[in-house]
Design a protein around this ligand. Structure first.
Ligand code: AP5
Length: 214
């Protein structure tokens, strides 16, 4: 299966796509995670991406499209994959369509996680991430056992550079202007499935599984 997770920052794309990928035994490809790894490794892609990401802006299309073409060509993607956070512009969606046509493949579903902006701000300002292993927590919804310390590797929990109110506002503006047109794009192609993204995480996962099976 080839599935896209679409939704505003903080709608739960990462949380849900990881759970679904595990259920379906296919890899979850998060462009945000790939870029953060590139920043850690100080690669040329990471150095270019950092200045956009730290400000809450989108990384240029040519960089992202190159990353996805390379990653989806790897062996573990031969039975399908979940795209978390890609495409985010119409140009990226067109590039993906062209890539799949060239490979004689098609998309199965686009899961659109619907949420209001107020919920997003609370979710993102409260998110904490392990500085070493990347495990995610939330100060209200998913607390670590010891405040500020990762349950899995005991390293320090930090706040992502783009998880403050000012950057979140920029990310939401970018989403509204550049990414939200993809809702109509995939609706017109009969691929979009809307899932309410507020409430119990397990229940949302079940709703997504039902949509995929349907
Ligand atoms: P990326 O890392 O993809 O960030 P994002 O889209 O802003 O998404 P988030 O990770 O913030 O949120 P999410 O929807 O995954 O929610 P999550 O599950 O984590 O991208 C970062 C940057 O990289 C971009 O700004 C851009 O610069 C660049 N980039 C990436 N892809 C790009 C592309 N294609 N083109 C150009 N640039 C690109 O949940 C958030 C929090 O809420 C967590 O703490 C979680 O525990 C909590 N939570 C989740 N579900 C629930 C629930 N049901 N109830 C309560 N809390 C919940």
């Amino acid at each position: 299966m080839k599935i896209i997770f679409l939704g505003a920052p903080g709608s739960g794309k990462g949380t849900q796509s990881k759970r679904i990928a595990e259920n379906l035994s296919i890899p979850q490809l998060s462009t945000g995670d790939i870029l953060r790894e590139a920043i850690k490794a100080k690669s040329s892609v990471g150095i270019e991406a950092k200045r956009y990401m730290d400000e809450g802006n989108l990384v240029p299309d040519h960089v992202i499209i190159g990353i996805i073409k390379e990653r989806t060509g790897e062996k573990d993607c031969s039975n399908g994959y979940i795209l978390d956070g890609f495409p985010r512009t119409v140009a990226q969606a067109d590039a993906l369509t062209e890539m799949l046509v060239a490979e004689n493949q098609n998309l199965d579903k686009v899961i659109y996680l619907e949420i209001e902006n107020d919920n997003v701000v609370e979710r993102l300002t409260g998110r904490r991430v392990c500085s070493a292993c990347g495990a995610e927590y939330h100060i209200k919804f998913k607390r670590s056992e010891k405040a500020g310390v990762c349950d899995l590797c005991q390293n320090e929990l930090i706040t992502r550079a783009d998880d403050n109110e000012e950057k979140i506002r920029t990310r939401l503006e970018q989403y509204d202007q550049q990414t939200s047109p993809l809702i109509a794009y995939y609706e017109e192609r009969n691929l979009l499935k809307k899932i309410p993204a507020k409430g119990d995480i397990q229940e949302i996962t079940q709703n997504i599984m039902n949509a995929l099976e349907g």
